[in-house]
Design a protein around this ligand. Sequence first.
Ligand SMILES: *[C@@H]1O[C@H](CO)[C@@H](O)[C@H](O)[C@H]1NC(C)=O
Ligand SMILES: *[C@@H]1O[C@H](CO)[C@@H](O)[C@H](O)[C@H]1NC(C)=O
Ligand SMILES: *[C@@H]1O[C@H](CO)[C@@H](O)[C@H](O)[C@H]1NC(C)=O
Ligand SMILES: *[C@@H]1O[C@H](CO)[C@@H](O)[C@H](O)[C@H]1NC(C)=O
Ligand SMILES: *[C@@H]1O[C@H](CO)[C@@H](O)[C@H](O)[C@H]1NC(C)=O
Ligand SMILES: [Fe+2]
Length: 379
Amino acid sequence: MFQLKFLIVCFAFTKLSFAYQEYLSHGPEQVHISYGAGPSQMYVTWLTHEQPSGPPVVEYGIQSGKYELKKHGNMTKFTTAYSRYIYRVALEDLKPNTTYYYRCGFEQELSNEFNFRTRPQDQENWSPRIAVYGDMGLVNGQSFPFLKQQVSKNAYDAIFHVGDIAYDMHSGNGLYGDLFMREIEPIAANVAYQVVVGNHENDGYNFTDYDGRFTMIDENSGKMNNMFYSFNIGPAHVIGFSSEFYYYTEYGVSQIHNQFEWLEQDLIEANKPENRAKHPWIITMAHRPMYCSTADDDDCTENESILRKGIPIVNAYGLEDLFYKYGVDIIFGAHEHTYERLFPVYNRKVYNGSNNDAYDRPKAPVHVLVGSAGCARKN
Ligand SMILES: *[C@@H]1O[C@H](CO)[C@@H](O)[C@H](O)[C@H]1NC(C)=O
Ligand SMILES: *[C@@H]1O[C@H](CO)[C@@H](O)[C@H](O)[C@H]1NC(C)=O
Ligand SMILES: *[C@@H]1O[C@H](CO)[C@@H](O)[C@H](O)[C@H]1NC(C)=O
Ligand SMILES: *[C@@H]1O[C@H](CO)[C@@H](O)[C@H](O)[C@H]1NC(C)=O
Ligand SMILES: *[C@@H]1O[C@H](CO)[C@@H](O)[C@H](O)[C@H]1NC(C)=O
Ligand SMILES: [Fe+2]
């Protein structure tokens, strides 16, 4: 097993990194969108390998081919093995529940047209259709064709990718990330693509490749934070956070503390009666699960998994108590390459709901594992 894994990875790496220069391009590419602060805002993000040929711009409007509006944005450069230029533009004052058509790039060099639909104003009366998965690789990304087909049929309002993106984005000097983001462009440029960080995003540079490429906006503060943030979609308040802070402590244990404090504040806010009335569902997503039945010695197979019970011995920053206390409904995890849905559970005990239905007003969160989108290797 180890040898097979080794061979696949080495082969692919050698083949792609050899041809690195061939894959570089001039124009805007890897276009993707994500939610901004509320239904009136949407972020467009794209990349170039070379310096921009002008100020980054998104041209957009409510009719295909007619771009009556224009918005400029920012450029940032991120550097791991190579430098890449990332452009982020916040489209603002968008009408709710409206389809917008857009293209992006630079005055002389614009992308193809894409479109997206904004969230409705009265979110509580809307049942969004969301695809949720983790662990999708460039190699063996088995869900690509299905996702492309579904998005072309307008089947989704949003997609949540629960960590482990491309396997690995930084492989081949970031070429895997580039090729993956090109591959998902027809999906992620038309539907909000919301992500959290996974263990495969650890690039040895403090998740620079992941943080460089995405634009996750915390709806309450309006600020970008790719590691932890929250947003509302229909009747749900969704919280994305980093499970990796608990495992890659070399980047700073204070991150566990900061995130924990933020999580509690966000949950307090979400539980204010006026907020919980509008968004009665509270959903979390992070790459690693608290529970799993896969017998592969991962942390979730342990009775006292770190995410669930916190840092060993001191038992600090465990998330199960926190999520139970604030009435979280669904906890999405991935990492194990399976689909599993648990009965409502707290502290290893099942707390079924009412009317002989485990899921009818359950008394504990429901854990759902979605690591089955297709990847080249284990975990
Ligand atoms: C661009 O940068 C300015 C100044 O740093 C900041 O206020 C603004 O939010 C940024 N916009 C985007 C779209 O990132
Ligand atoms: C959004 O707009 C569509 C058609 O334009 C309409 O059918 C639907 O009811 C609207 N949804 C909400 C939640 O306002
Ligand atoms: C890693 O990045 C985070 C921001 O995402 C920062 O707060 C932290 O200090 C960084 N750690 C190191 C060791 O550079
Ligand atoms: C884990 O908990 C179960 C159920 O409480 C118990 O049967 C099992 O022995 C425990 N395993 C370890 C390694 O503590
Ligand atoms: C919870 O409900 C499921 C499905 O109805 C049932 O199989 C299970 O035994 C129940 N567990 C408990 C502890 O009541
Ligand atoms: Fe993983």
